[in-house]
Design a protein. Structure first.
Length: 286
């Protein structure tokens, strides 16, 4: 709990305020030195206004906690600014899905609300490591877990450098989103080159090889933890099932937005689980 000093308009003496002022009135709060206090443009600093600038900033840091510290480590990327606000939570989605199941007469309206709340159009990047069965049979699971950790320490910073957002890591997979296919492709090529450089100086059974699938289209973004959509499914099939070590595969929708990079891809046809679809393949430049 925090208390705040304010000036009593009648007595001219400091008095304890029981609650912080509203954000709307933050810019008009009097200070002990007689000057008006300027409201900060930062949301987590607007939420608390103290009697001095130092006090306000310190209180904001205490209240924000880990979230505030994270914000100071990385400036908002172009992806953060242009693609979406913070995604809505899983609990919100579950409430809407429960309503949809209980009130089928409202199906269309609820579907529109779900799309309006969760849907974002962006590129989805799915990376999968190769060689799990061979390496675990030969060296055990701990060796493979160490390779996964090395992969993550190489790949995750590259995703951030290209204005991507890592949605989740599962086993030897990385799922990330990008504002454009071009940025996702640049990140994918950078990942493949970085891993190739590392592999060149290591024994073969210490190599980290990955395949990457990229899609583009409307996706349901669930908090900071998950993403759903047809392009997510296709990109996962490409990255996990079809891509060989060093390959980058694009869905048809992603290929249409690849710009000048289209020239390095070759069209192919796949049939999986009763699904027949066209995709485009290119081996990363080494």
């Amino acid at each position: 709990m925090f208390s705040m000093m304010s000036i009593s308009p009648q007595l001219g003496q400091p008095a304890l305020a029981m609650s912080p002022p509203s954000i709307q009135n933050a810019g008009q709060m009097p200070c002990p030195n007689g000057r008006r206090m300027r409201a900060s443009k930062r949301p987590y600093e607007r939420a608390i206004v103290g009697s001095t600038g130092r006090w306000a900033a310190a209180s904001a840091r205490e209240i924000v906690g880990a979230r505030g510290r994270k914000a100071t480590q990385r400036a908002p990327s172009r992806y953060d600014r242009t693609v979406s606000p913070r995604p809505a939570s899983r609990k919100q989605l579950e409430r809407l899905l429960d309503r949809r199941n209980e009130h089928p007469e409202q199906l269309l309206a609820i579907d529109r609300e779900i799309c309006r709340t969760f849907e974002r159009e962006c590129a989805i990047f799915v990376l999968d490591m190769c060689g799990f069965s061979r390496l675990t049979l030969r060296h055990g699971i701990v060796h493979y877990l160490a390779l996964i950790r090395r992969m993550q320490r190489t790949v995750l910073p590259i995703v951030g450098e290209h204005d991507g957002r890592v949605v989740k890591t599962e086993a030897d997979n990385v799922f990330a989103t990008f504002a454009t296919v071009g940025r996702a492709l640049k990140a994918a090529r950078t990942v493949q080159r970085a891993l190739a450089r590392e592999n060149a100086v290591l024994p073969q059974d210490w190599d980290v090889n990955v395949g990457i699938g990229i899609g583009y289209g409307p996706l349901l973004m669930i908090g900071d933890e998950d993403v759903y959509g047809s392009e997510m499914n296709l990109a996962s099939k490409l990255g996990e099932d079809l891509a060989e070590a060093g390959e980058i595969l694009l869905t048809g929708a992603a290929f249409e937005r690849a710009g000048q990079q289209k020239r390095s891809f070759v069209a192919k046809l796949a049939r999986m689980g009763g699904l027949r679809f066209r995709y485009h393949a290119a081996r990363a430049e080494r």
